[in-house]
Design a protein around this ligand. Sequence first.
Ligand code: DAT
Ligand code: MG
Length: 141
Amino acid sequence: MPVSKERTLILVKPDGVRRGLVGEVISRVERKGYVVTALRMLNADRATLEKHYEEHQGKPFFEPLVEFMMSGPIVAMIAEGERVIEGFRSLAGVTDPTVAAPGSIRGDLARDQGTKVVQNIVHGSDSVASAEREIAIFFGK
Ligand code: DAT
Ligand code: MG
């Protein structure tokens, strides 16, 4: 694999699956030119989610976040391409869907629901180290 080629972990969260947006997310990833190389639907357990979100342990939204992520099935995928980590974060938009740019997944498809945890359709890894760690959690080594 050339050094510039990256992998990222994308999750369609329970709100995205419930609303039938799995295809929409995959479509945006593919239309941008990234390649989906692995895909699975699962009901994530608490241990998996606490590991995935370990950087947020102790924050007030941590428990609501884990509960939300356990509230229904999620879809995990690996996407590949040059600078895909940064590229998918850009496709997703900023964390707060109220102000995420129109044209982004969160900006177009999500909004504040008045819940303790922000519900924003997708997760995307934020660095090479996070991507490799998160891919191992959902897909093994
Ligand atoms: P991102 O998913 O954009 O990388 P993050 O890693 O900071 O954001 O947080 C993980 C998720 O937790 C995020 O997608 C939505 C939720 N969240 C983050 N900050 C929050 C806050 N201040 N209040 C409520 N939920 C929050
Ligand atoms: Mg994050």
